[in-house]
Design a protein around this ligand. Structure first.
Ligand code: SF4
Length: 858
């Protein structure tokens, strides 16, 4: 099997992958981002390339059609809206999942040919605050760091970043560096204890949005102890230092940390020259995200700890091509190629280069504003590309209603059924990862090729081709006559060349003569270039700016909901949710809650918590842990309405945004919480995909079919009928066990001697071994034995999955610990856990720590 050299389509680490059409997936040992490593999501890419659920033909109002019919309709509706209501009546909502070539073409059509800047993207939710902070400080959106800096640093400060789960290969690189250099220090600044915290020497459990108080306090400390590099500041920072210094830096205790922790951190930072500060969504997704970024940058600028090996600020992007989108200008407040939207010279240059009839001259609608404009009727035609805003946006129910209110909605997607596709008039089948060619840029500015290794399914087409076709039908064919993605990349590089006289950080000249087919992963402006090494920045005077930022006054709602991500899922699970092994890690939406809060709410382990805000309500399984502070909740955002009833987390998130960047504040939502008093709880494992209608349900694929966690508000009259309805099986034999004393019911359905469904219901959360029950589906286990809800004695229950690569469960690991495996390496030797992608190593470490706690009761 020949393997194709391509790039992982998930996070912003941008790992190189060797992929085969038979589903073979290996880390690319020659890719400088990962040197052969992959995380659990990347390693399971082969599970996601089947055609199950794929959109293979264009659809208009639910019916299959041909491309001409669909694209003529898209063209007609967009053209009519523009003619009747002006260019600002239409909008594109794009995605960090698009390739650079797709992004470039979409941006060109909207800004140069339609003449509005109404193209925004889910990258607004990811790193817009970093972009805005960089531009304020540096004059450009420059990420100065490289991954090698993380390994060379003596102190790595992780702020609002659960790297172990969200950028696992970077985490692995840092963990390996720390193992090689045990003196390396790691500080984790996060309101909660995460898998990343276990690697840290110091966990600063700040209050939500306490970051500015923390870093302003650090700046004040640097001034106080004379640690500011005054020569550097004088030479390279515009004369704002005194203003920043004398501004109200505030009381660092407002960060929520104690004086001892603050002093320890400030001393460590001050005494360590080589400091890298990594930050991601915990910083960016905030109503003061841009100020947080600048509070961090201020400290690096004040000490000159920037532009040198092993030091500097480092914003890591969430999505695979968020950086590529930034480069081509695929945001409503950018033009193209790091050129400015509000600069007349830049406008003329781009319009001349594109030879376009118009050019946008003012910013368009940023994501939250865009959907608000949909709701109030401003947007007459909307095109959503490769993303699922009806789930991922804050106030997701309100956004779904806003999309439904738009007179004409088109989506281009790889999947047939998504929460957003369900609201669209036209669905356009796009080719997916593995089927399309292009480039992506990772968090360290490295451009890599994504290469097709599978044929296009059905009549799906690449996004750039679909967009270009619509542009052509709108009358702009000469400017969109691309034959292949290489043509677009060449134009993108040529535009950069045409703008080379304008002082910007973006410099693509290294790609001018590149052989696109053979392009190797390459950083711009060139490998190992160090931005700001000469102390020159991109403001007109060549100096950086320190920005006076004031810490917000923190409010204390009864509960603050922090939203985030799971180790083994990606965004709205359209691809990772196909993989049974990835879904086995955490199979239903959950909420982390502090033990004291659980007691106060009367929530036992496994209870369902009803989390509510003025925007919506969601039911989440209680995961009681001291890892979240009292008054705080944490819930992952992945579950869609396809996979859960009432479990979509962003339905309760508020559409509040940072005033500078427009990025939503997804991490600190004021909510109330209470125990959901279900009349019954249930667990179902079955062969057929179930379609539950209960007030709470969460569905996941398993290696033998499907599993569903359930809760109902009314006791069914007939349990067998309920079980059959849930699993969609009218035939076969049913065996039922009831226990009237505790009100539980257990039902096994068999067909041709094989178990096809097992259903367990009780008034309280069902206590049975999920893995044992799932394993029995499709087997000839005797129904009464299956209803025992535990593994047969000859087949030990592996327990909940910890290692997704080798499907190693918690019970298997605990048995290995009992048998003497007392280190992560020993657990790997005994069970293989952690020996492939390594993403579960933090959980293995935590399990070892827990196993050594004497737990007499257990
Ligand atoms: Fe993909 Fe994982 Fe690498 Fe991110 S860290 S690019 S998800 S393999």
């Amino acid at each position: 099997m020949s393997l194709t050299r391509t790039t992982c389509p998930y996070c912003g680490v941008g790992c190189g992958v060797l992929a085969g059409s038979d589903g073979t997936i290996k880390g690319d040992p020659d890719h400088p981002a990962n040197f052969g490593r992959l995380c659990s999501k990347g390693a399971a890419l082969g599970d996601t390339i089947d055609l199950e659920g794929r959109l293979l033909h264009p659809k208009v109002n639910g019916a299959d059609t041909d491309w001409d019919t669909a694209l003529d309709l898209v063209t007609e509706k967009f053209s009519a809206a523009i003619a009747e209501h002006g260019p600002e009546s239409v909008a594109f909502y794009a995605s960090g999942q698009l390739l650079t070539e797709d992004y470039y073409v979409a941006n060109k059509l909207m800004k140069g040919f339609i003449g509005a800047a109404n193209i925004d993207t889910n990258s607004r939710l990811c790193m817009a605050s970093s972009v805005a902070g960089h531009k304020r400080a540096f004059g450009t959106d420059t990420v100065p760091g490289t991954y090698a800096d993380l390994e060379q640093a003596d102190l790595v400060v992780l702020v609002g970043s659960n790297l172990a789960w969200c950028h696992p290969v970077l985490y692995q690189r840092i963990a390996a560096a720390k193992e090689a250099r045990p003196d390396m220090r790691i500080v984790n600044v996060d309101p909660r204890h995460t898998a990343t915290t276990d690697l840290a020497d110091m966990h600063l459990q700040i209050a939500p949005d306490g970051d500015i108080a923390l870093f302003n306090g650090l700046l004040a400390y640097l001034v106080e102890v004379g640690a500011v590099d005054l020569a550097y500041v004088q030479e390279h920072v515009h004369g704002c230092f005194d203003a920043v210094k004398s501004a109200q830096l505030g009381d660092p205790l407002n960060s929520g940390l104690g004086a001892g922790d603050l002093a320890a951190f400030y001393q460590l930072w001050t005494q360590t020259k080589k400091v890298v500060t990594i930050y991601s969504q915990g910083v960016n997704q905030s109503s003061c995200g841009t100020d947080k970024v600048n509070a961090i940058l201020n400290c690096h600028l004040a000490t000159g700890r920037i532009g040198r090996p092993g030091m500097g600020p480092f914003s890591v992007t969430g999505q695979p091509n968020a950086m590529g989108g930034r480069e081509v200008g695929g945001l409503a407040n950018m033009l193209a190629n790091h050129l400015e939207l509000d600069n007349a010279d830049h406008q003329h240059l781009v319009q001349d280069f594109w030879d376009s009839p118009t050019i946008c001259t003012k910013p368009g609608l940023k994501a939250v504003d865009l959907f608000e404009a949909c709701a109030r009727g401003q947007i007459k035609a909307l095109w959503v590309m490769s993303t699922n805003p009806a789930v991922s946006m804050p106030d997701s129910n309100g956004v779904a209603a806003a999309i439904a209110a738009v007179p004409f909605v088109v989506t281009s997607d790889i999947m047939k059924k998504t929460d957003t596709n369900n609201l669209a008039h036209v669905l356009l089948p796009a080719t997916g990862w593995g089927e399309k060619d292009g480039t992506v840029t990772n968090s360290e500015r490295r451009i890599s090729r994504q290469r097709a290794f599978l044929p296009s399914p059905g009549i799906a087409r690449p996004d750039w081709d679909i967009i270009s076709d619509v542009a052509t039908r709108m009358g702009f064919g000469d400017a969109f006559a691309y034959k292949k993605p290489a043509d677009i990349f060449a134009e993108y590089v040529a535009l950069d060349g045409a703008a080379s006289h304008i002082a910007r950080d973006l410099d693509l000249s290294i790609f001018a003569d590149a052989d696109y087919a053979k392009l190797i992963p390459t950083q711009w402006p060139q490998d190992d270039h160090r931005f700001f090494a000469d102390g020159r920045f991109y403001h007109p005077d060549g100096k950086a700016r320190m920005i006076a930022v004031i810490a917000p006054i923190l409010t204390k709602p009864r509960f603050t909901l922090n939203t985030g991500r799971n180790r083994d899922q990606w965004h709205t699970m359209m691809r990772t949710g196909k993989s049974a092994r990835l879904s086995a890690h955490l199979a239903e939406p959950f909420v982390e809650i502090n033990p004291a809060d659980a007691v106060e709410l009367g929530a036992a382990a496994g209870a369902l918590i009803e989390v509510e805000s003025v925007y919506g309500r969601t039911f989440l399984r209680a995961l009681i842990t001291p890892g979240v502070a009292k008054g705080q909740l944490f819930a992952p955002m992945h579950w869609t309405r396809q996979r859960t009833t009432n479990g979509t987390v962003n339905s309760v998130a508020a559409p509040l945004t940072d005033p500078v960047s427009g990025q939503p504040a997804l991490k600190s939502n004021a909510v109330i919480a209470q125990v959901y008093k279900a009349k019954w709880c249930g667990f179902l494992a079955c062969i057929n995909e179930p379609t539950p209608q209960t007030p709470y349900a969460a569905i996941s694929p398993t290696k033998t079919g499907w599993q569903v966690e359930l809760a109902g508000s009314k006791m069914p009259v007939d349990w067998e009928a309920e079980a059959r309805r849930l699993c969609g099986q009218t035939g076969g034999d049913a065996s039922t066990q009831t226990d009237a004393t505790i009100g539980s019911t257990r039902i096994a359905i068999t067909q041709d001697g094989k178990i096809t469904a097992l259903f367990f219901a009780s008034p309280t959360p069902v206590v049975v071994s999920r893995t044992a029950i799932i394993d029995m589906i499709g087997t000839d286990t005797a129904p009464l034995a299956a209803l025992a809800g535990r593994s047969p004695s000859d087949r030990p229950d592996a327990g909940a999955t910890v290692c997704a690569c080798f499907n190693v469960g918690r019970n298997t690991l605990l048995a290995a610990v009992t048998n003497g495996a007392h280190s992560v390496a020993a657990l790997g030797d005994a069970t293989c856990a952690g020996t492939n992608c390594g993403s579960c190593k933090p959980e293995l470490t935590a399990l070892l720590a827990q196993a050594q706690i004497p737990m007499a009761a257990e």
